[in-house]
Structures are given as structure tokens and as C-alpha cells.
Design a protein around this ligand. Structure first.
Ligand code: NDP
Length: 286
């Protein structure tokens, strides 16, 4: 598939497809569950094997739904979950991880992320992550919602540079990280995971859908505006986008976005319509 052809390299040399699947709010409504499971499974078949969840999502409902969706196909997916900051201390992280594994019906995670920075010292969380890695409960670990200063601090902490990725908000309507965080990541060869790559909903999404440049480019490729937005986030092959789609039609469209190769001219026009910041802006967070 197109998704599998475009891969992003992790620091340990493992490659993963450039588009995965988010699962926030999945499993919340019982009447939607069967549909959501089918959507996730279709996504896996189309190569979107990176599946992102968190202990926070629906208090375990998302992890349980993912567990159902991947039953019998554990080896076909790259499973990501996240620990709450208040569970990221040495005493609690192994319990939290064990709980996630149980909900997901697996005995290891491909990637475990600190969901955002809390009060526990980084050093302690890293120690907990490294312990889980040695025990084989997780294959690698990373962070989420870390701004450039946080990444610097992480790099200056013992074993901090074992971090595999940083999952942050990134879409064409919110490109603050283009100023400093993304360049930092490139310098250190650490890919970014882009969350809310379709602008989630709300006003920024509307702006994207009605933007004349996005619409013209979409027409040129005979695709939808949001597919252009998704193709934009993965344009450099060091960003893994994780759109969430509970509907099979959306899953298909997202997978197809990997086939769109935006030209330099397209990118220049999009830069004009959605300029990147000329100075530091604090990391956008949901
Ligand atoms: P997205 O930008 O992925 O948008 C999701 C919404 O877009 C859903 O309503 C979905 O509808 C819709 N959608 C998906 N594909 C299409 C399409 N092709 N055309 C039209 N609509 C579409 O937002 P999220 O906030 O969900 O971000 C993605 C994932 O990132 C999350 O699910 C979560 O896993 C992760 N995340 C991580 C955070 C963190 O702090 N680390 C914070 C926020 C998100 P439908 O479901 O009906 O198909």
C-alpha cells in the first residue's frame, strides 16, 4: 500500500509507515464500538499499523477497544500507549504499564509515551521506562507534548537520549513547531508523531476546509481538502501522522493521502496561505 511505501525511521533503525491511527474517544459509545473496530482493522489492512492509545482515553475504554481490534493480529501492529504524568514515578509506572497491557490483551508495547510533563522528575520517569524496556514490557519509550526546552532538558538527563519520539500537535493550521522544535528533532534524528493532524474539528478545521489554496490543490489531485492537509504533515518523511477515524470511508481517505506527493510549488503556495511562524511560539496543546 501507499502507506507502507512511505516510512519513517526511528532512532533504533526500525521503520514505521508515515500514517497511523489515533483512537481518542473510541470505545466511549457502546453502540459505535463494532464500527470503530472495523475501521481500525481496515486501517491495519491498509498499512496504518501504528495504533495510538492511552490509559487516559475513556479510562481504559480506548485500550480495551484496541485490544479487541488487534486480537489475533498483534504482530501486524505497532502499538503505542501513554502513561499519565501522575503515574510516571518509579513506584507507579510498572503498575500503569501492566494495566495497559492487560486492557490491550498483549504482553508488550512497541512504544510507551509519557503523556505530558508533570511533577515527577524526568530522571525518575526515564529510570522507570528503562526498567520496563529491560523487562521486555515495552520495546522503546518516548514523550508527548514536550517543547524544545523540555527536549533539551531530557537530553541532558541520564539515558534521556534513548527517547524514540515526541508526540505533539501538528497540522497545517498550527505549525508553531516548524520554528524550533521540528528543527531540533531533525538535528537529533528523532521523528515527531503528529497528533490531531486533521485539526480535530472546530474553527481551525473549518478554516482548512474553506481555504482556497487547499481547495485548489485538492482539486488538482482529485482528492479532498483534508487529504491535502494530511499529505502536508507527512511531506518530509520524519513525521508520523496519527489521524483518528471511526468511519471506514475516512480510513480509506486517510490511507490514500500517503499517495499524494505535494510538489515544491504546492508547498510554497501552502506556505503562503498558512505561513510558518517567524518567532518562537509556545507548543500548541490539546
Ligand atoms: P484528528 O485531527 O485526527 O481528527 C479526528 C476527527 O476527524 C474525527 O472526528 C474523525 O471523524 C474525523 N476524520 C478523520 N478522518 C477524516 C477524513 N478523512 N475526512 C473527514 N473527517 C475525518 O484529531 P484527534 O485529536 O483525534 O487526533 C488524532 C489522535 O492523536 C487522537 O485520536 C489520539 O490518539 C492522539 N492525540 C494525542 C494527544 C496527546 O496529548 N498526545 C492529544 C490529542 C490527540 P470519525 O471518527 O467520525 O471518522
Amino acid at each position: 500500500s501507499h502507506v507502507e511505501k512511505r516510512v519513517v525511521k526511528l532512532p533504533d533503525g526500525t521503520t514505521v509507515p508515515c500514517i497511523g491511527q489515533g483512537t481518542w474517544y473510541m470505545g466511549d459509545k457502546p453502540q459505535e464500538k463494532a464500527k470503530e473496530i472495523k475501521a481500525l482493522q481496515l486501517g491495519i489492512e491498509l498499512g496504518m499499523k501504528v495504533i495510538d492509545t492511552a490509559e487516559m482515553y475513556g479510562n481504559g475504554a480506548s485500550e480495551r477497544l484496541v485490544g479487541e481490534a488487534i486480537k489475533g493480529r498483534r504482530d501486524d501492529v505497532f502499538l503505542v500507549s501513554k502513561v499519565y504524568p501522575h503515574n510516571a514515578g518509579l513506584d507507579k509506572i510498572s503498575v500503569a504499564c501492566e494495566n495497559s497491557l492487560k486492557q490491550l490483551g498483549t504482553d508488550y508495547l512497541d512504544l510507551y509515551l509519557l503523556h505530558w510533563r508533570g511533577r515527577i522528575p524526568l530522571e525518575e520517569t526515564i529510570e522507570g521506562m528503562e526498567k520496563l524496556r529491560k523487562e521486555g514490557k515495552i520495546l522503546r519509550w518516548g514523550v508527548s507534548n514536550f517543547d524544545t526546552e523540555d527536549m533539551e532538558e531530557l537530553w541532558n538527563t541520564l539515558n534521556g537520549s534513548n527517547c524514540a519520539t515526541n508526540q505533539v500537535l501538528y497540522h497545517i493550521g498550527s505549525r508553531g513547531i516548524d520554528f524550533d522544535l521540528l528543527p531540533w528533532h531533525r538535528e537529533h534524528h528523532i521523528p515527531i508523531m503528529a497528533y490531531s493532524p486533521l485539526a480535530q474539528g472546530g474553527t481551525l478545521r473549518k478554516q482548512l476546509l474553506t481555504d482556497p489554496t487547499v481547495n485548489e490543490i485538492a482539486k488538482k489531485y482529485n482528492v479532498k481538502p483534508l487529504q491535502i492537509a494530511l499529505a502536508w504533515t507527512i511531506r518530509t518523511n520524519d513525521v508520523i501522522a496519527i489521524p483518528k477515524a471511526g468511519q471506514e470511508q475516512h480510513v480509506l481517505e486517510n490511507a490514500e493521502a500517503a499517495a499524494i506527493e505535494l510538489t515544491q510549488e504546492d508547498l510554497n503556495r501552502l506556505d503562503e496561505a498558512f505561513p510558518k511562524p517567524r518567532k518562537k511560539v509556545p507548543l500548541d496543546i490539546i
